[in-house]
Ligand binder design. Structure first.
Ligand code: BTN
Length: 243
């Protein structure tokens, strides 16, 4: 008998208006983002126990082994500015009762400095795929060797007793509030909350070839970096803190 962790996830079990309007649950899928881009409708949640071709940012793959994490995507109509900021805040807020998550620019969620969650937003033909990967039951040895220094899971960083379906429900409920806010013109309040949560102002960082001090986060979420060569604008990338 196959027992899927998400059988109790239904629209009626959520406190949402938009997110979770329809729900698709898979034992295995290539990528929940691909499904959303090809077949998503507004508010659809696609969740899988296992992704065979999970995608990460910057063209990377995303380790999505069965039984270990929450691999899911929310499909939304059109392009909703600020949705990636909203997702990072929703994940942080959903976990905050049990631990102290932080947001690392641009949209990773960390606990104790270890990345537990990544977010990948993609668009195609009028649909947004907001993909979220959250490591839950991993032990250190469950991660590929090259990830072990930087990655963590809810269990490695915040103890046992996490139930994937309950965590997912909490995230979806928080995210729905933010989607409603964004659709009602609340971009600036979401952006400001996210920028504050990133805590970047004054930090000394390196990103690819650029090293400098962050002086601001602009209206699109880009970092403004003061470097020896002058001002540098970073819209995405992998940053390392030097201070
Ligand atoms: C990152 O690189 O930090 C972003 C990772 C995003 C992974 C999630 S898992 C669910 C969804 N489906 C995918 O193929 N990717 C995203």
């Amino acid at each position: 008998m196959i027992v899927l962790p998400y059988t109790s996830l239904t629209t009626a079990s959520l406190s949402t208006e938009i997110v979770g309007a329809t729900i698709r649950i898979f034992d295995e899928i290539d990528s929940t983002n691909t499904f959303a881009l090809e077949q998503g409708t507004d508010g659809m949640v696609i969740v899988a126990d296992h992704q065979t071709s999970g995608r990460g940012r910057l063209g990377r793959s995303w380790h999505s082994a069965p039984g270990l994490g929450i691999w899911f995507t929310i499909a939304l109509d059109g392009v909703l500015e600020g949705i990636t900021f909203a997702a990072a805040l929703a994940v942080r807020d959903a976990l905050a009762d049990r631990c102290s998550p932080t947001i690392k620019w641009p949209n990773d969620v960390l606990i104790n400095g270890k990345k537990v969650c990544g977010i990948l937003t993609e668009h195609r033909a009028g649909i947004t795929a907001l993909g979220i990967g959250l490591n839950v039951h991993h032990r250190r040895e469950d991660f590929p060797e090259e990830l072990r220094e930087k990655a963590g899971s809810l269990e490695t960083e915040a103890g046992s007793g996490w139930q994937r379906v309950a965590v997912l429900r909490d995230i979806l409920n928080h995210l729905d509030q933010k989607v409603i806010l964004l659709r009602n013109g609340g971009f600036e309040s979401v952006r400001a909350e996210w920028a504050e949560a990133c805590g970047m102002i004054g930090r000394v960082i390196r990103c690819d070839e650029a090293t400098g001090t962050v002086s601001a986060i602009d209206e699109l979420g880009a970092l403004i970096l003061e470097t020896d060569q002058g001002e540098h604008r970073l819209l995405s990338g992998d940053i390392t803190f030097l201070d």
